[in-house]
Design a protein around this ligand. Sequence first.
Ligand code: SF4
Ligand code: SF4
Length: 168
Amino acid sequence: MDALARLIAEVEARADSLATGRDWPCHAGCDGCCRRLAVIPALTGAEWALLAPVFAALPADRRADIRARALALADHPAGALVSCPFLDGEAGLCQVYAGRPAACRSYGFYRGARHDAFCGLVEAALPALEADGPLLFGNQDALDARLDALGGRVDLVAWFRDGPGAAG
Ligand code: SF4
Ligand code: SF4
């Protein structure tokens, strides 16, 4: 198992251990986190390699729509929240779910120093979720450091403009 696969397996085990048996707010169709990204996503090469075949398997019209939305982010005002181009906004579902980035898998289950690293819906549900005692969230800062060690990041705009996403 490679480093990214190991990291993802750990994140998913953490998410399962937190959500199983609890009324956890994350569910299919809850897409607030995907609509309000703090920055344009920048993924490691290993994450792009995981996502690319899932993107390539989408119908051509969906790929074209995602690419257009990603490229439009080049003009996105600095500091404004970003709606992820991979989101199917009508269904509230990720169109590359099986290959989604690590941060999408950890969000809601990991906490970090940055306030935007944690979901407000989960925060609001904490009193009920922790009724039987404090929960052990993952460490988002440590996760980010491990991701950074996997290599340089390429942001969404660059991947679609200059990288494999430009090919169609
Ligand atoms: S992290 Fe928050 S917004 Fe995202 S799915 Fe979970 S509850 Fe919904
Ligand atoms: S890649 Fe998928 S899960 Fe991640 S922010 Fe975009 S739509 Fe949401």
